[in-house]
Design a protein around this ligand. Structure first.
Ligand code: PLP
Length: 372
């Protein structure tokens, strides 16, 4: 049996006629950039995220970058974030000239540890950038309390967490100053290429984000600010407009798959294997990834590959150990939980269209490795 980590074809097949029609509509219109499809998507994404304003952006990375620019974060500033995330989170902080200040994660959720945030604040700290990793929200209550106490801005990196909710039922992106989303094809809501968005409840920030997206230009050819080309294509927006109404059903299917794994792994009872912590009561985990922690993780992954099961390591080298951040002068065990997660975590196939037989095969293949 083959169980890939992710297969986008069944989703495409299910929506083929609608998606093909949407692509054709853009072809016929020959309107390619920031047109009616983008406008419709911006309204829909804002509503879905519980925010007043949506700004379509060229990618999730650019959404983070333009959010930092909109908050005037730059040289001399510090932004606190997690070292256990995709590179873009810290890369964008460095690109605006600020210093990424890493703090460790909580071992259970893989998300930033609020206690560690408070200890890392200096007079130069301007913002906190929590990441809602794997589809589960960081502890926004405590993060916002810290931010208010120290007058810091909060940018939510919700690239993996569209539609996730905390225990109070608040959606990812609706709590901080700006929320950033990615529609990279492997995310829960994926485009046919690169795409992203910023969402916010702040009218002034929204106006600034709209401007920065087009080189800080308003009116045409008059530049009040230095922005960039962070525009979103009509083709991507058209695809996303077709897909968005299905997102809740896909997230529910991911939750069902996660529950299947939880129960099946509990039944097998593998020593040392840890399944992801369930969402806290009332919260909504959208399982962009289902990451187990496993002893002999690299051997397990090789065994799974031989059995036809796709599994991926997120993230093999935490950001504080990346060569490009050598100037931050960190030692590997400066953030022991991030280091440990890098050595133990393994993402298993969790995409919505998986069948029970496939899920069981993944569990059996993992169990076989540890019994054999
Ligand atoms: C995917 C991702 C990004 C970047 O999004 P792109 O659309 O690929 O640029 C940023 N942060 C996290 C946590 C991500 O997973």
């Amino acid at each position: 049996m083959k169980v890939p980590l992710l297969d986008l074809k069944p989703q495409y097949r299910a929506l083929k006629s609608e998606l093909d029609a949407a692509l054709l509509r853009v072809s016929e219109s020959q309107y390619f950039i920031l047109g009616p499809e983008v406008k419709a998507l911006e309204a829909a994404i804002a509503k879905y995220s519980g925010c007043r304003f949506g700004i379509g952006i060229s990618s999730g990375t650019d959404a983070l970058l333009v959010a930092l620019m909109a908050l005037d974060i730059g040289a001399g500033d510090e932004v606190i974030t997690s070292p256990y995330t995709f590179f873009a989170t810290a890369g964008t902080i460095a690109r605006v000239g600020a210093r990424p200040v890493f703090v460790d994660i909580e071992p259970g959720s893989f998300n930033i540890d609020p206690d560690a945030i408070e200890r890392a604040i200096t007079p130069r700290t301007r913002a906190i950038m929590p990441v809602h990793l794997y589809g589960q929200m960081a502890d926004m209550d405590r993060i916002m309390a810290i931010a208010r106490r120290h007058k810091l801005r909060v940018i939510e990196d919700a690239a993996q967490a569209i539609g996730s909710e905390d225990a109070k039922g608040r959606r990812a992106c609706s709590i901080g100053d700006i929320g950033c989303l990615s529609f990279f094809p492997t995310k829960n809501l994926g485009a046919f290429g690169d795409a992203g968005a910023c969402v916010t409840n702040d009218e002034q920030l929204a106006a600034k984000l709209f401007k920065l997206r087009v080189h800080g230009m308003e009116p045409k050819y008059y530049h009040e600010l230095i922005g960039g080309n962070f525009r979103l294509d009509e083709i991507q927006a058209a695809v996303l407009n077709v897909k968005l109404p299905h997102l809740d059903a896909w997230s529910a299917a991911r939750q069902r798959n996660a529950a299947f794994y939880d129960a099946a792994f509990a039944k097998v009872g593998i020593k040392g294997l840890v399944t992801p912590p369930p969402a806290s009561v009332g919260a909504r985990h959208i399982y962009n990834q289902y990451c187990i922690r496993a002893p002999r993780r690299d051997e397990l992954r090789a065994h799974l590959a031989k059995a036809g099961v796709g599994a991926e390591i997120y993230y093999p080298l935490p950001l504080h150990m990346q060569q490009c951040f050598a100037y931050l002068d960190h030692k590997p065990d400066d953030f022991p939980e991030s280091l440990r997660a890098s050595g133990e975590s393994l993402a298993l196939p969790i995409y919505p269209e998986l069948e029970q037989g496939q899920l069981q095969y993944v569990v059996d293949s993992v169990a076989q490795f540890f019994s054999g």
